[in-house]
Design a protein around this ligand. Sequence first.
Ligand code: GAF
Length: 391
Amino acid sequence: MTARTDAIDLFHTRFGGEPLGTWSAPGRANLIGEHTDYNDGFVLPFAIQHRTYVALGRRDDGVLRVASTFDDEVIEVAVGNIPSLFPAGRDSVAEWARYPLGVAWALVHASGRDAATLAGADLAFSSDVPVGAGLSSSAAIESATAVALTEVWGLDLDRVALAQAGRRAENEAVGAPTGIMDQMASMLGRTDAAIFLDCRSLEADVIDLGFAEAGLELVVIDTGVSHSHATGGYGDRRASCERGAQALGVVALRDVTVADLERAAGLLDDETFRRVRHIVTENDRVQATVRALRGKGPAAIGDLLIASHASMRDDFEISVPELDTAVDAALSAGAIGARMTGGGFGGAAIALVPHESVNAVQDAATAAFAASGFAAPTIFTVAPAAGAARD
Ligand code: GAF
């Protein structure tokens, strides 16, 4: 609970008085289904125990003030003036603050309420979600803000609408062209379960994971290689997928099946074909993983995780040597499956590891990084946890 206490302490220091309460939301690990969300496809993420907390106090002057333990600055803006901060003035606001302020703005839009009628608020944030690890610290701050402001403003919005507000903040206030997976995982997470999400209909099923009963642990190997989805590779991959869908005459790559790939190979250039093949086979693997979890349990999904990583490394080309090293080391030390998780170009790998092999995986990854001259990775276990809520 330290991050929660830190948020309350920060509220005292920056704003004075007592907050009304704290709200929090988790980061996520994605078990399988990478870059499929913005292709209208399938994903299987789960919320993790690491959370972002916001201590919130009401104000009666229609002003929002945001402060965080990541930065010394307190940013102040009238609710109705938030749009003036972005996108044109994006660089004038600290990046972390664009997440909560972007969510506030997206909530006003989604609710149809007149900003002038909404109360102001002081929000103090603290988090124990590792930043830059591909565990979606951004969705955690968005979802914590969304549940807190929705309650304080009395908005009639469901959890899917709150996830959409988070995504809108990320796309339009931060400028990262991301999909809906991370926000849905953070809003809908359940203890010991993953969320099987159809990113076209936004229908979500809760899938029991049962790692502990199967004697398995989910180990995160954070490479420390930082990445940003607002620049570079993420947007390039998204553009390739859109080009592929257009050339194949479908609304989104969700509409292409494995059986269509032979025809696709004749219509697309080699690079676009490999991007398309990743999405099509990854959608297939997500559905196969759900079937395996329902039928046989988590010990049966290892090969699907391994195939997912190979597809991201060879076809989608979003892995980096540190991630490949982490995956190979984990597998060589007894993991039953391993893959990079999240958007790629850095961040973390996950490994599904028998309880008795966790130390061996940790030692093997640390040794492999040292042998390759990489900075030491940060290694920890995560457990599937509950979604955003008032604490
Ligand atoms: C990032 C994005 F935010 C998600 O929407 C998703 O596309 C993911 O990368 C890749 O699966 O986390």
